[in-house]
Write a protein that binds this ligand. Structure first.
Ligand code: FAD
Length: 411
């Protein structure tokens, strides 16, 4: 029975179905074959905390297979050689993958390019020379990238960044640091942000630019992998730049207007994370419903106790609302609306209720809920952390209220 009264466009429905079939044939068997390597932290990470070379090779294999099948680049604009699909396909595709497979088949994360790690509409803003150099290997999934904005002293208030690009001949020399840069320990390119006009930056009127930099350039150093999620290694790192030279062809978008790129990219991240929260939440609640019907206590299946089932019903209501919000925000974006308020509401709400749904599913399972086998802890960790990544939930509320105070009262 349909829970939603309107249908996705046919091309989106086809792509969702194809994507699920691709993940089942290319991701799931790889996980089954390499289960120990992918699930045992001691094998998944190398001594220095980076993702181990064998695991990196599997990630690359999935990216390349997804590119070959046309899914990896499906939402990259046609002008860049991508499939040109919009945010409805992006949202619905990711939601279906996370819902069907949960967090355990995590190579699935490389089925569709994420804007910060691979090709996206952001590459429309690089110069022709940069495009010639990086586009093909990125589109084929051979190479990956990362996005370096946050610094030890600048997170939500990114205008406080201290990394600077000082003019030198035709180009600039970059000095500074970044932190939390996802994918940077293994990426081939980084889009990094630096102050190019200190006066304008201090007045919060631009003065910050984005540059595309190969991660093997002299002066680009991955200083340390930051271990997160309780793992013994990680994908986030601290970066240091010393005497890192960049030329005009490496500028992304307009000089001194780097933040426009960040906002352009981050909205894709918010769609992705909304889909992730709804997908994981649905996966967890369904697992809890199965368990509640099978597990008996005091002579009855625990599904007969409202104390067990009402929290799941509450999550069902919340997930339904979040899913409708996600579909709606994606549709608005496809209609060319900026949807800043709507996407802020969607991302903040989805991750808050998503993590609660997983938490409730853990409680339903009793001690079983905390075992590694079920993977609920992975979903919980991930959703808990995305209450901070891609704009914290407080900053998203700030955005919503700023819009409303300016008269955008449409809800
Ligand atoms: C898993 C993960 C991956 C990440 N990947 C990247 C990446 O690839 N590239 C990158 O550049 N960055 C990345 N980040 C960094 C992320 O963008 C920042 O963590 C985020 O912007 C928040 O900054 P902060 O952590 O410095 O917190 P802060 O900005 O220091 O905020 C601390 C707390 O204060 C609150 N706060 C701050 N200002 C206000 C306000 N005005 N009103 C109310 N509350 C406020 C915040 O909501 C938060 O709760 C990642 C973060 C995580 C967790």
């Amino acid at each position: 029975m349909a829970a939603i009264a309107f249908e996705l466009p046919d091309d989106v429905k086809d792509v969702v179905e194809g994507l699920l079939a691709f993940a089942r044939s290319e991701v799931v068997p790889r996980h089954e074959k390499h289960r120990e390597l992918l699930e045992d932290g001691r094998r998944r990470y190398a001594e220095d905390g980076r993702i181990a070379p064998d695991v990196q090779a599997l990630i690359r294999e999935v990216r390349m297979a997804a590119s070959e099948a046309g899914y990896y680049q499906m939402c990259v604009p046609e002008s860049l050689g991508g499939g040109g699909l919009g945010m409805q396909a992006y949202y619905a595709g990711w939601q279906a993958l996370f819902h069907a497979l949960g967090p355990q088949y995590w190579l699935m994360l490389y089925c569709v390019s994420h804007w910060a790690f691979g090709p996206s509409r952001l590459l429309e803003r690089v110069t022709d020379r940069a495009r010639d150099e990086i586009l093909e290997p990125l589109m084929k999934g051979e190479k990956g990238m990362c996005f370096g904005l946050s610094e030890p002293g600048a997170g939500s208030d990114a205008s406080m960044i201290r990394t600077k690009a000082v003019p030198d001949g035709d180009g600039w020399v970059i000095e500074g640091r970044k932190i939390w840069t996802t994918n940077s320990p293994t990426a081939d390119y980084c889009i990094l942000f630096a102050v190019t006009d200190p006066e304008r930056a201090a007045a919060r009127k631009g003065g910050i630019s984005a540059f595309l930099v190969p991660t093997n350039a002299p002066g680009f150093e991955v200083q340390r992998v930051v271990k997160m999620f309780g793992h013994i290694g990680g994908d986030e790192a601290e970066l240091r730049f010393e005497g890192l030279r960049v030329e005009p062809w490496q500028v992304v978008g307009e000089l001194h207007q780097g933040f426009a790129n960040a906002l352009y990219g981050v909205s894709l991240g918010r769609v992705y994370n909304s889909a992730r929260a709804v997908g994981y939440g649905r996966w967890a609640v369904e697992m809890a419903l199965d368990y509640a019907q099978a597990r008996e206590a005091f002579g009855h299946p625990i599904s007969e106790y409202q104390g067990v089932t009402f929290p799941l019903a509450s999550s069902a209501m919340e997930l339904h609302a979040a899913h409708l919000m996600g579909l709606n925000a994606a549709k608005l974006l496809d209609q060319g609306e900026p949807a800043v308020k709507e996407l802020s509401m969607t991302k903040a709400y989805s991750v808050e209720i998503g993590v609660r749904a997983v938490d409730r599913a853990m409680q339903t399972h009793g001690a079983m809920g905390f075992t590694n086998e079920l993977g609920l802890h992975e979903a919980w960790h991930t959703l808990r952390i995305i209450n901070v990544a891609d704009g914290t939930n407080e900053i998203l509320r700030r955005t919503i209220i700023q819009r409303m105070l300016k008269g955008d009262l449409d809800l």
